[in-house]
Design a protein around this ligand. Structure first.
Ligand SMILES: NC(=O)c1ccc[n+]([C@@H]2O[C@H](COP(=O)([O-])OP(=O)(O)OC[C@H]3O[C@@H](n4cnc5c(N)ncnc54)[C@H](OP(=O)(O)O)[C@@H]3O)[C@@H](O)[C@H]2O)c1
Length: 330
């Protein structure tokens, strides 16, 4: 028997971490093509912080509760769900609603929990793996033998990008805000971690690549990094912007885009259709799941908090001290 109510963290009003409050909500019902998951763990992501601050509203139709990813057990199937069973352990990408003891997920965005992972590790997979797959390997078209520069190397996104790109045979460079974090990037597989506070990443990657520059750049900073990324890119390089932590405006020399035949692109994941996200899920199941199953890639979990301490989890994320993921346990 399922309960009629669940515990959840809601955003009482836009503001600081203290606005995250534990509440009781009615159990959500899965609609057509959806399943209900009893959540074991839920990942915390920087976009949740932005949503809490009132800077990243939930897309139409999504839960108002924060939380873009969970791992747990399927406890109810909506109509028209094929290929999933009650009791199955899955991890799922959500448009919202993950900070709760139960969450509704689109069936095509549920993937089996690799046996090598705990439920906490599994909950740390969806948001960063979907984002890295579609931006680095699809938009950025990173190939084995090419080079990748990851900004924010110790972020949840960055740690995933370093691991996956290394596992697929790329040479990876990563920036981070301290020497310790630069070394953490190297332990994850980067050839060179770059402390951007004391080193110029353009000079370091040019030097490391014999003056050629890097083939792909994954950028969550933008702003003043845009012209520097263009300087750091190789001929035919691809620069993929996924966030604007350093600002949304930039001035740069368009002539260099032409002269070096560069591609400057970007994307967001949350607003894409279920069908578009399902295509990413299928590609990852074929290409990334064997790595997770073999232990060749594994999410880096920095800290876990009980659901009721979601505010402390957000406060930690905002310090940027962490390397890897922060996860809520139910
Ligand atoms: N486009 C998409 O589809 C998509 C999907 C998911 C996430 N994202 C974005 O990707 C970014 C990483 O997400 P995450 O959950 O992995 O975040 P996270 O773990 O909180 O890491 C963010 C890191 O960014 C670095 N950073 C650089 N400049 C910063 C600034 N001005 N303010 C704050 N931090 C700064 C910090 O590391 P240092 O101290 O080392 O600089 C920080 O640790 C976020 O901006 C998020 O919005 C985009």
């Amino acid at each position: 028997m399922l309960p009629t109510e669940m515990l959840a963290i809601e955003i009482a009003a836009p503001g600081g971490p203290e606005q995250l409050q534990l509440v009781t909500r009615p159990l959500p019902q899965p609609g057509a093509g959806e399943v209900l998951i009893r959540v074991a763990a839920a990942g915390v992501n920087r976009p949740d912080v932005m949503q809490r601050q009132g800077r990243y509203p939930a897309p139409p139709g999504a839960s108002d509760l924060p939380g873009l990813e969970v791992a747990g057990e399927i406890v109810a199937l909506g109509p028209e769900v094929g290929g999933l069973k009650l009791g199955e352990r899955v991890l799922a990408l959500l448009p919202g609603g993950g900070y709760a003891t139960y969450a509704v997920a689109a069936a095509p965005l549920c993937l089996p929990v690799p046996p090598a992972l705990t439920m906490v590790e599994a909950a740390a997979v969806p948001e960063t793996y979907f984002t890295v797959w579609t931006n680095v390997f699809e938009r950025g078209a990173l190939q084995a033998g090419e080079s990748l520069l990851v900004h924010g190397g110790t972020s949840g996104i960055g740690t995933t990008a370093i691991q996956l790109a290394s596992a697929f045979g790329a040479r990876v460079y990563a920036t981070a805000g301290s020497d310790d974090k630069a070394r953490a990037c190297e332990r994850l597989g980067a050839l060179r971690g770059i402390n951007y506070r004391s080193e110029d990443f353009v000079a370091v990657v040019k030097d490391a690549t014999g003056g050629k520059g890097v083939d792909v750049i994954l950028d969550m900073v933008a702003g003043s990094y845009v012209p520097r990324n263009i300087d750091a890119a190789a001929m035919e390089g691809r620069i993929v912007v996924i966030s604007l932590l350093g600002g949304s405006r930039a001035e740069f020399n368009m002539g260099l885009l032409m002269a070096r035949r560069l591609t400057l692109t970007g994307s967001t994941l949350r607003t894409r259709s279920v069908a578009q996200k399902a295509a990413i899920a299928q590609a990852m199941r074929a290409q990334v799941w064997p790595l997770l199953e073999a232990g060749r890639a594994k999410p880096v979990v920095y800290a876990t908090f009980p659901l009721a301490a979601a505010a402390a989890a957000h406060a930690l994320m905002e310090t940027s001290q962490h390397t890897g993921k922060i996860v809520l346990q139910m």
